[in-house]
Design a protein around this ligand. Sequence first.
Ligand code: SP5
Ligand code: ZN
Length: 342
Amino acid sequence: MITIFNEHHALHHGVELNDGVVMTCWESPSRAELVLERVRAADLGNVIPAVAHDEAAYARVHGDAYLRHLVTAWPDWCASGFTNPALPLVWPIHALRGDREPRHIEGRLGYFAMDAGCSIAENTWQAVRGSADTALTGAAQVLAGAASAFALCRPPGHHAGRNYMGGYCYLNNAAIAAQALRDGGAARVAALDVDFHHGNGTQDVFYDRGDVFFASLHGDPRVSYPYFLGYEDERGAGPGLDCTANFPLQPGTTWETYAVALQDACTRIRSFGAEALVVSLGVDTFVGDPISSFALQSEDYLRMGAMIARLDLPTLFVFEGGYAVGEIGVNVVNTLLGFESR
Ligand code: SP5
Ligand code: ZN
């Protein structure tokens, strides 16, 4: 399996609130380097650089005002006299006006974000678009006939909605890739999200569409981030009704329980008639993950990959979360090796 890598990912290193204090993000540059190291050590296949794409490819999934904000946030932040990484501090929740984009950067940061997990600094945009380009390069590989490909994206993408960032995610790499597969000729595409956290952004992008199926296995939103989406009764809307499937799972979930839900998700994808598959591959389901609560073991990822392979679809794996850096490489590459063992 070919791996696509963007060496400029490390230009982005975020900060977030942790226990009330601004600290270095769990989502660190070392994550991608450790996965790449393991890809090479396991001889998974060739590693190629991401090909730069036009912003038009991102605009197939994201709104123009949001994309403009991503490009201008840092310069506007600096123009307002700020010098440290930009973070939002006020949001248009519930009864507040969510229909007006403020002009001032302080207001815009909240308008276009679901949380304070996405700091923006000088080179953030460059790394973010490199990550989307990584996914797009992977989609191109699959469209050109590759049975599978691994887009080693960083920063991740699945929490980013059509018009907002959140949870370390700015552009939704998996959604952008799924759309590229549609535009490249796949009539029906499935996005399967196995990151510990609900893929709220991907769900947002495709919720009312009947051409892209979205399935997510994740920590129950009653007790797990992102808290405000990912319930079982979210099934899609309009032409997309029953093209969204959510599998909230409880803290402590092991492979035995996880496998049943994953099998269900795969059955739904099969009966949907997908012609191509995008897997949002987060390994924060690992027992040792510092911010999550499932209990998968490293060997379980071999089984996960093998189960996904049984769908027998052209498959693009897109890297998402996973914060147990000691095992992150083994867990990701085990999934890919399990897939290839079919
Ligand atoms: C891509 C991805 O995996 N994003 C996850 C973002 C999670 N951000 C909020 C994490 C809050 C965790 N608090 C957990 C405390 C555990 N002791
Ligand atoms: Zn996650």
